[in-house]
Design a binder for this molecule. Structure first.
Ligand code: ADP
Ligand code: ZN
Length: 219
């Protein structure tokens, strides 16, 4: 199956994508992670996108579509793809549709993770991740352990994203509502959309996603 996780920043797309990778052997394609990797490795493209990302604006369609195309051409995608944070514009959605057709693949399901704006602000400003394994922590609900070691991998390299601050969050939310939220209607009209309550517990969200995927598998 190939699926899209759609939702505003902080909706929990990355967390659920990681679960699907573990449990179903799917391949996570996160354009946010790819762009951050390009910054860390200091490529020309990484340097170009750094300021845009820190501000919370979207990088160009050309860059992210190029990243996705590259991955689709090199991975074998066994187990299916999870598109996480992509597409974010109508142009990206059209490009993804064309890429999948070129590869003889289908889009099976688009999961919209619904979360209210207050909760997003709370979640994101409290967010930290393990730099070694990607485990996600939250100062209020899942604090970094007192011994300073990641519960998943034992690492102690915790990180906060440069764009997880109140100002760029506002810009990211605006980008979501202006540029990305039209995709909810787009995929609804195509008949691919399933909405889940992203405010439920991590396990309950995972269960709703599993049931949405089960329905999509049958149809
Ligand atoms: P979040 O969903 O938490 O906002 P991501 O890790 O998906 O974060 O993305 C971080 C930033 O990377 C975005 O704010 C944007 O600048 C850039 N980015 C990621 N994916 C895309 C995309 N598909 N199109 C344009 N910009 C993107
Ligand atoms: Zn870890």
């Amino acid at each position: 199956m190939n699926i899209i996780l759609l939702g505003p920043p902080g909706a929990g797309k990355g967390t659920q994508a990681r679960k699907l990778v573990e449990e179903r052997n799917m391949v996570q394609l996160s354009t946010g992670d790819m762009l951050r990797a390009a910054r860390t490795s200091g490529t020309e493209m990484g340097k170009t996108v750094a300021a845009v990302m820190d501000r919370g604006d979207l990088v160009t369609d050309e860059i992210v579509i190029g990243l996705i195309r590259e991955q689709l051409e090199t991975d074998d995608g066994k187990g299916g793809y999870i598109f996480d944070g992509f597409p974010r514009t109508l142009a990206q959605a059209d490009a993804l549709g064309n890429l999948l057709v070129e590869m003889g693949e289908n889009l099976d399901c688009v999961i919209e993770m619904q979360v209210d704006d207050e909760a997003l602000v709370d979640r994101i400003t409290a967010r930290a991740t393990c730099g070694d394994c990607g485990e996600v922590y939250n100062d209020n609900t899942k604090p970094i352990p007192a011994d300073g070691k990641c519960t998943n991998c034992g690492g102690s390299n915790f990180q906060r994203r440069a764009d997880d601050n109140a100002d760029s969050l506002r810009t990211r939310l605006m980008a979501y509502y202006k540029q990305t939220s039209p995709l909810v209607g787009y995929y609804y009209a195509k008949g691919d959309l399933k909405s889940v309550d992203g405010l439920a517990s991590m396990e309950d969200v995972a269960a709703s996603i599993a049931s949405a995927l089960g329905q999509a598998e049958k149809s």
